[in-house]
Design a protein around this ligand. Structure first.
Ligand SMILES: [Zn+2]
Length: 283
C-alpha cells in the first residue's frame, strides 16, 4: 500500500541558527544523511522508496527570529521539488512581518509550484488569528489568497522546545477563527496539538468541514492514548512523521508502529494515503 508522509522537514540547513541546529543534531547519529538528503533530491527519493513512501510534504517556513529561515526558503524548496513534483510536495510560507504584499507573495508561490503553506505561530511569533484585531491585515491577505488558490494551510499546534519558541501561540483553538473566517480553506493542524491540547484539535476537526490534523511528531505508541476516538475522524487525519525533527528517529519505524496499532484497516488506509491524496491531488 502506498503511503503519503505529509510532514517531513527537508530544509536549507545552512540557514539554521546555531542553537536550532544544535537541537536538530542532538542525539541524531544520522545527521550526515539529513545533510545529504537536503542537498540531493534524488538520494532523498531513494530514501522514500526504501520506506514505501510515494509522496512527501516537505515543510518549510520563514522564521528569521527563532530558527533562522529567511524568505529564501520558498524558492529553495520550490527548486528542490522540481526534481519530481509528483512525489515531492513543496510547502512554503508567507511571514506577514517579512513581506510587503502577502497576497501577491501567495500568488507567486503558487506559480512556483508550492502546494501548501505552513504557519508556525510559535516560531513566527504571531497567533494564527492575529488578524482579528485589525492590525495584521497581511495575515488575512495570506489566508484569503491561499483559499482562492485552493492551497491548504498547515498550522503548527502543540509544544515546541526550540530556543525562543513561544508556546502561547501553539494552541489549536487559535485556529478556530481561521476556519470560521475562511470556510473553504483547507487547514491542517500539524501534530494535533500534542502533547497538551489534543481535545481542542479533536473538537475543531469535527466542527469544521475543511479542518484536518496530522499525526506527525506523535510517537505512534502514544497515538491512541492521545486520540482514543481517532476512528471517528479517520477521514480527517493525515499520516506524517516530522522526520528528522527532535524525537523522531526514523520514518520506517513510525510506519511499522502505526500499522501495529489496533486501528481498522479501512481507517489506516485513509490516514496513510487516501486523505492526503484527496487534499493534494496529482498534477
Ligand atoms: Zn514539523
Amino acid at each position: 500500500m502506498p503511503i503519503i508522509d505529509i510532514h517531513i522537514h527537508i530544509q536549507p540547513l545552512e540557514m539554521f541558527k546555531p542553537s536550532a541546529r544544535a537541537l536538530m543534531q542532538h542525539g541524531r547519529r544520522d545527521y550526515e544523511t539529513v545533510v545529504k538528503y537536503s542537498s540531493d533530491p534524488r538520494a532523498f527519493l531513494q530514501f522514500l522508496d526504501q520506506a514505501d513512501i510515494e509522496r512527501a510534504g516537505l515543510i518549510n517556513y520563514v522564521s528569521p527570529d527563532v530558527i533562522g529561515f529567511t524568505p529564501g526558503v520558498n524558492d529553495w524548496i520550490a527548486n528542490y521539488c522540481k526534481t519530481d513534483p509528483s512525489r515531492l510536495l513543496a510547502f512554503g510560507s508567507v511571514h506577514p512581518y517579512y513581506v510587503t504584499d502577502a497576497g501577491a507573495e501567495v500568488d507567486r508561490l503558487a506559480s512556483l509550484g508550492i502546494r501548501g503553506l505552513k504557519v508556525h505561530p510559535s516560531h513566527q511569533l504571531f497567533a494564527p488569528n492575529a488578524y482579528r484585531d485589525g492590525n495584521l491585515g497581511s495575515l488575512a491577505a495570506m489566508y484569503e489568497r491561499a483559499q482562492a488558490h485552493q492551497m491548504p494551510v498547515m498550522i503548527h499546534t502543540g509544544t515546541s522546545v526550540f530556543p525562543g519558541a513561544r508556546n502561547l501561540y501553539a494552541q489549536p483553538m487559535l485556529a478556530d477563527d481561521v476556519a470560521v473566517d475562511y470556510p473553504n480553506l483547507v487547514i491542517i493542524l500539524a501534530h494535533g496539538g500534542r502533547p497538551l491540547w489534543m481535545n481542542e484539535a479533536f473538537f475543531l476537526v469535527r466542527r469544521h468541514p475543511n479542518m484536518y490534523l496530522d499525526i506527525s511528531g506523535i510517537p505512534p505508541q502514544k497515538l491512541l492514548e492521545y486520540f482514543p476516538r481517532i476512528e471517528d475522524i479517520a477521514d480527517k487525519v493525515l499520516f506524517g512523521t516530522d522526520w528528522p525533527g527532535p524525537g523522531v528517529p526514523g520514518i520506517r519505524g513510525n510506519i511499522e508502529k502505526f500499522r501495529a496499532l489496533p486501528i481498522s484497516g479501512a481507517a489506516q488506509q485513509k490516514i496513510l494515503y487516501d486523505n492526503s491524496a484527496r487534499i493534494f491531488p496529482s498534477r
